[in-house]
Design a protein around this ligand. Sequence first.
Ligand code: NI
Length: 228
Amino acid sequence: MIIPIQGVFSLEDVGKIRSHLDSSADWQNGNATAGDQARQVKQNQQLPLDSKLAQQLGDIILNTLSQHPTFISAALPLRIFPPMFNRYRTGETYGLHVDNAIRYVPGNSTPIRTDLSATMFLCDPEEYEGGELVIEDNFGSQRIKLNAGDLVLYPSTSLHTVTPVSQGTRTCAVFWLQSMVRSNQQRETLFDLDQSVQALTTELGASHAEVVRLSGTYHNLIRQWADT
Ligand code: NI
């Protein structure tokens, strides 16, 4: 399931992040972090992982998401690989690839299994032509181009590509996470159930007997399926 989450950041907050990125001279060739297959199809620029700016801006993104109920419910995150900042200028693209299954944060020996991939859009669709994130899922290819401040989450098992930018510059942050629930199907079931519980809570109140029962079912499924 591809899950867009709109308005994680306001335009004002995205503007602050962008002003730092746009004035940074630290952009390097994006091949530095790509696996063997991906390296052959990846043409973009990114900030080095050990860049202080990338770490500071990445912390802002993860702190905001850690308080975002829809993100938490959809991802059930256990470990998160810090956001990487990239940009695609005119002519740049990232051909069809699948993300590496295991990632290590530099200086940390704990592996992160990539269950979910995330792209945070830091530019408006009007700023560039092309540059669509195309994800192959069970229902065919989905073309994603969101507003600045929006996030999309998708299973890291999906083949995906960023189509060539034909005009302008596309600036995004991408990251991966290991979920407490490894199975995409189980995680999606939990997300659907939680969305329904939230909607029923609004409609009927948190103390309604059936809301309490459904909420209990949600937590009991988490107990069965989650690894911590
Ligand atoms: Ni990728």
